[in-house]
Design a binder for this molecule. Structure first.
Ligand SMILES: [Zn+2]
Length: 436
């Protein structure tokens, strides 16, 4: 018998690779890595685990990758409800950000978001927000993986006086975190309509020099495309391509208003597309053409966006809506299979971040980032298809969440976080933000 740290026997396992459901299998973990995935009957003969869990009514999946967030905006949950995007930004969100955003606010808001994400199975996330150093601290403290795309925008913000200042702060952050395994720094130009050609060109040069990824909101609404075409004759996607931005290290977020040519450009350049269906629905921005993106072979990922436009940080809920919208929006029930849904929220996200050798699937040798989803709710019976139970109902419940084999959340509670105390701090800070 080989001694190991942890053995999890599960009723079902969805490893993503291969794209199938294993029954009565076990994952064996030692020193934070998956060292075996085999039938439970064999694992019991072969391994002696320090901790041995039997989950008779759960399905194990890889940890989820939330590829687009503004974590600290959990503090702005509910601000500007029922406004369309431009009014929501200009009348509600930007004034509050300009007056209120500080290192301390971001530190608390990011911790609150990460705590919520962990309880929903997210083990890796990408963020785009002011004071990314505060988000990095929160992520390191709570033990999650992250890509921090620093906000670059051509006007003054609470964090940077202009794009050049944002770029120099990004370089300093990259130097600080370049050897850190769980935090990677990226560039986050806000959107084509807030960033000039000159700035995009500088970002491209810097990204090439330092090996940085770039994440940008692109073609979130049809009016964004129409305004650009009217002003310059060029669609934002064409412009980004002309400037050399598109490519395997480029992540285009929202991509709601896409032409066939835009989709072809994303596919040909091996760029990543990130869909945020709840945010697009709430702000009435439209429906992303996820079926066509998948059919074209684009690396499609998913994100929650910030809690001010969502209002939660629950990737399972996001994936459910993405799946239903792919089908309903296209009139094609095969538009997104549940295996594709699971891959979008795990392996595709890992690929976008260059982490697919390490996370994104439950394979021998990879890090033990694992989610156990509890399917014991009696109203899920009769149970013949656990994936349908996970994605087509609200009765599946994320239970245990591990990162590097360490338990990070259980039964809706993040490990090492006093949720009640943090909730009081969050409520107090929001009140102060509103009365200031
Ligand atoms: Zn966003």
């Amino acid at each position: 018998m080989k001694s190991v740290d942890l053995q999890i026997d599960a009723r079902w396992i969805a490893p993503v690779v291969p794209a199938s459901i294993l029954e009565h299998h076990s994952i064996v973990i030692d020193k934070g890595r998956i060292i075996d995935l085999c039938p439970t009957a064999r694992a019991r003969l072969q391994y002696e685990a320090t901790q041995h869990l039997t989950l008779n009514e759960s399905i194990l999946t890889p940890g989820f990758v939330n590829l687009h967030n503004h974590a600290a905006m959990t503090l702005m949950r509910g601000v500007g409800s029922d406004l369309p995007l431009q009014r929501w930004l200009e009348d509600a969100i930007w004034p509050m950000e300009n007056a209120q955003v500080s290192y301390d606010m971001v530190a608390l808001g990011a911790r609150w978001s990460i705590a919520e994400m962990l309880t929903g199975g997210t083990t890796t996330f990408s963020d785009m927000y002011f004071y990314p150093d505060a988000v990095a601290e929160a992520a390191l403290d709570l033990g999650v993986r992250c890509q921090l795309a620093t906000p670059i925008i051509d006007f003054p913000t609470a964090w940077a006086s202009d794009a050049a200042d944002g770029i120099s702060k990004t370089v300093a952050l990259h130097d600080q975190y370049k050897h850190h395994s769980r935090v990677q720094i990226a560039l986050g130009p806000h959107a084509p309509y807030t960033v000039s050609d000159d700035t995009f060109e500088k970002l491209k040069t810097l990204a090439d020099q330092l090996g940085l990824r770039i994440q940008c909101h692109v073609q979130e609404t049809q009016s964004e495309v129409d305004d650009a075409v009217k002003a310059t004759g060029e669609r934002p996607m064409q412009r980004l391509h002309r400037l050399g931005l598109l490519g395997p290290d480029f992540q285009a977020v929202h991509v709601v208003a896409l032409s066939d040519e835009d989709i072809e450009l994303l596919a040909r350049t091996n760029s990543t597309a990130v869909t945020c269906p709840d945010s697009n629905l709430k702000l009435a921005s439209g429906l992303a053409r996820t079926r066509d993106l998948l059919a074209a072979g684009v690396n499609l990922c998913i994100g929650t966006d910030g809690a001010a436009s969502n209002n939660d940080q629950d990737l399972l809920c996001e994936a459910r809506n993405a799946t239903l919208l792919a089908k309903g929006g296209s009139g094609d029930a095969t538009a997104m299979t549940l295996q594709e849904t699971l891959q979008i929220m795990t392996l595709n996200g890992a690929r976008a971040l260059g982490l697919d050798d390490d996370i994104g699937s439950l394979e021998i040798g990879k890090a033990a980032d694992i989610v156990a989803i509890n399917l014991s709710d009696p109203f899920l019976k009769p149970m013949t298809d656990p994936m349908a139970a996970v994605f087509y109902t609200a009765r599946a419940r994320v239970d245990q969440v591990w990162i590097d084999g360490k338990l990070k959340a259980e039964q809706g509670r993040p490990a090492g976080v006093d949720v009640a105390a943090m909730a009081r701090d969050v409520q107090r800070l929001r009140k102060a933000m509103e009365s200031a």
